[in-house]
Design a protein around this ligand. Sequence first.
Ligand SMILES: Nc1ncnc2c1ncn2[C@@H]1O[C@H](COP(=O)(O)OP(=O)(O)O)[C@@H](O)[C@H]1O
Ligand SMILES: [Mg+2]
Length: 358
Amino acid sequence: MSSVTLEHVHKRFGQAKGVEDVHIHIESGEFFTFLGPSGCGKTTTLRMIAGFYFPTEGQIRFGSREVTSVPPHKRNTGMVFQNYALFPHMTVFENIAFGLQVRKLSRTETQERVEKMMKLVRLEGYGERRIDQLSGGQQQRVALARALVIEPQILLLDEPLSNLDAKLREETRFEIKRLQLELGITTIYVTHDQAEAMSMSDRIMVMQSGEVQQIGTPHDIYHRPVNRFVASFIGETNLWEGTVAGIEGDEVQVRVSSGQILTGLKKNASPQVRLAAGEKVTLSIRPESVMESTTGEEANTVTGAVVLAEFTGACVNYVTSVGDEQLRSMSINLGRPVKQRGDTIKLHIPKESIYFAG
Ligand SMILES: Nc1ncnc2c1ncn2[C@@H]1O[C@H](COP(=O)(O)OP(=O)(O)O)[C@@H](O)[C@H]1O
Ligand SMILES: [Mg+2]
């Protein structure tokens, strides 16, 4: 296994910007994800790590070995492409064995390693099937086995689940994570799906328009988004504008559009946020942290009118208008009566659930 370092890596395509100044160190054995909307530069960055593109500027290292302009077949990475890129007329066995034949392994060793892989990805007994006789999920597992059979130091996955339906996507998510833990392989995973990124990764790099927005653990990125883009891209959140009214000890008082003062905690501010009286701030409040008030008297209770009430069985979701803003809330159904559109509701926002986004 190997660590991966990208040092101030840029990629331009003629005049067009691909990615700018990607600067990361991925630990050996880490599950690291590039997350962002389509066109933000995820594939470009991954392809530079695989060696299919060379950076316009910057350096790439695997451990202490510099690989910036080393061709793909000399890098020892295994790659799963978005469309799998399998050979449709060949069998499962032949597809998985391909990389070993290129490397001129003996027949017995090839046989052994392919069979071990088929077992690992739960395709035992499928060796003689043709690719076009397999389901999408099975094809995905062949692609994974083909990438892993060469025993790469680094596994690279480009949106490997995007061709699967929702249920299979979730199952396969756990399969990939299980394999990664079992093999302890450094894994770089590309996706535009935040739930996928959150559930599988040790750390996530969020990208937009070719630029890195934030690098952190799923917990950090969820709770301490550095800007509005990250806050709204990772899960749902309420973004409220406010003005700092005062600071006392660990607590920050913020006046929101309804005129009310809400209390938050200093420690919940992203590093670049300036907390000082009179400063404009953006509050990020996750829907699941907003609770229907029981007494109406807790600190940080706001009153509003229900705009939308949604009962899903397990959950009760409201959109409530408060001042000039709306507050989305989501709670587990505890059997209380559900409010209707137009009803007045009191909602409590615990001070430890208010985050200051940049
Ligand atoms: N081979 C290429 N030639 C020209 N522009 C490219 C090429 N590959 C990617 N780009 C551009 O680089 C940007 C990032 O693309 P990409 O890395 O494919 O994004 P993502 O994988 O996040 O959807 C896009 O603006 C895209 O149009
Ligand atoms: Mg892509």
